[in-house]
Design a protein around this ligand. Structure first.
Ligand code: DO4
Ligand code: MG
Length: 304
C-alpha cells in the first residue's frame, strides 16, 4: 500500500491512497483521520497494520480521486499538490553504512574515522532534524549560506511505528553541507541540520510492496539549466547493516516517537563539480516509492 499527503485549496491537507496512478482521498476528519500520522497512530492503537487499517476504513464513504500527475506539482495555495507524506516528529540518520561513503569521507581527511565506524558493531547514527527542517516533493531543499559544497545524499528511509517497528519505507534526501563536515567532524550537526536539509517522499509504502529491501535500486540525478550534470545509481545490496540492526541501536534507551523516520545512509557520492547550486533540480527514484524531485534554494547571500 502506498500513501501520500496532499494539499487541497480551501480544504487543507489530505491523505491519499495511491492506486494505478490515481490518488484516492481517504481523509476522514470527522473521526480524527486528518493526516498520515493519524492513520499510523490509530492502526497501532487497534493492533492493526497500516494496510489492514486503511482497508477497514476505505469503503466507509465515497471518495474523491485525483490523477497522480495532477498532484505532482509545485507548492501553490490555489492548486492541489503533494506534501510531506507524513509529519515526522523526529528524523534520524545512519551514516557510513556503505563502503563508498566511508572511503569518500576518509579520502578527504587522511584519517580512518569513517572506515572504523563502517566496520564496528555500533553504527553511526545521528539526529537529522524535525518536520520543520523537512520538505516534501517539489519543495525547495536548501544550501546554507556558509557552505560552498552542499550535496544530496539519496537514501532509502524507514518509517518507525509506535512500537519501534518498521512500518513503511520512503525516500530521503539527507542534504548535507560536506565542506562543513570536512572541516571538522565535530561540525557534523551543522552540516546535517538546517532549513530544507531533508526531503522526504513522494509516498510511504508498506513493506509488502518491497519484497526484498536489500535489493532496491536507488537512482539520483542533478539537473542544471535543463541538462543532467550528474547521475548515479546504487543498490541496497551494498548496505553493510540490516535495518533491524540500525533500529536496535537507534532505539537503545532512546524513546523515538511513532511516525519518526530513519534514513539508512548513502551509497551515492557527488563529486565537487556536482556541488548544488540555486535552481538545480535533484531527482531521486526508488521504485515503487516514486520520484522525489526538489528544486534547490540558496539561503541568503553565499559567504565567499
Ligand atoms: O558522518 C557522516 C555522515 C554519513 C552519512 O550521512 C551517510 O553515509 O549517508
Ligand atoms: Mg547520509
Amino acid at each position: 500500500m502506498k500513501l501520500v499527503q496532499f494539499w487541497r485549496p480551501n480544504v487543507g491537507y489530505r491523505v491519499g491512497l495511491v492506486r494505478n496512478e490515481n490518488v484516492i482521498d481517504i481523509t476522514m476528519p470527522d473521526v480524527g483521520l486528518k493526516s498520515t500520522n493519524d492513520f499510523i497512530e490509530n492502526a497501532a492503537a487497534g493492533g492493526l497494520t497500516l494496510t489492514e487499517f486503511v482497508d477497514q476504513v476505505l469503503n466507509a464513504q465515497p471518495r474523491a480521486v485525483y490523477a497522480w500527475g495532477e498532484l505532482d506539482t509545485s507548492r501553490d495555495l490555489y492548486t492541489p499538490h503533494l506534501a510531506l507524506p507524513l509529519v515526522p516528529p523526529e528524523v534520524w540518520a545512519a551514516g557510513v553504512t556503505y563502503q563508498r561513503s566511508a572511503e569518500f569521507r576518509d579520502s578527504e581527511t587522511g584519517e580512518t574515522i569513517y572506515e572504523r565506524a563502517h566496520h564496528k558493531a555500533r553504527p553511526e547514527i545521528f539526529f537529522k532534524g524535525t518536520a520543520t527542517r523537512c520538505v516534501g516533493p517539489n519543495q525547495p531543499i536548501g544550501i546554507r549560506r556558509d557552505s560552498q559544497f552542499t550535496a544530496p545524499e539519496p537514501e532509502l528511509a524507514l518509517v518507525i511505528g509506535h512500537r519501534g517497528e518498521m512500518i513503511a519505507y520512503t525516500i530521503a534526501n539527507d542534504v548535507s553541507a560536506w565542506d562543513i563536515e570536512r572541516e571538522n567532524p565535530l561540525y557534523l550537526p551543522q552540516s546535517k541540520i538546517f532549513r530544507g536539509a531533508c526531503a522526504l517522499g513522494p509516498s510511504i509504502v508498506t513493506p509488502d510492496e518491497i519484497p526484498d529491501p536489500y535489493d532496491v535500486v536507488i537512482h539520483c540525478q542533478i539537473i542544471r539549466e535543463g541538462k543532467v550534470i550528474f547521475q548515479e545509481s546504487s543498490s541496497t545490496a551494498r548496505l553493510k547493516r540490516t535495518f533491524d540492526e540500525l533500529l536496535e541501536y537507534l532505539l537503545c534507551d532512546n524513546p523515538v516517537p511513532g511516525a519518526s523516520v530513519l534514513c539508512t545512509g548513502t551509497g551515492i557520492l557527488v563529486p565537487p563539480e556536482g556541488a548544488l547550486r540555486e535552481g538545480d533540480i535533484v531527482e531521486i527514484e526508488i521504485p515503487p516509492i516514486g520520484v522525489l524531485r526538489n528544486p534547490v534554494k540558496q539561503w541568503g547571500e553565499r559567504a565567499s
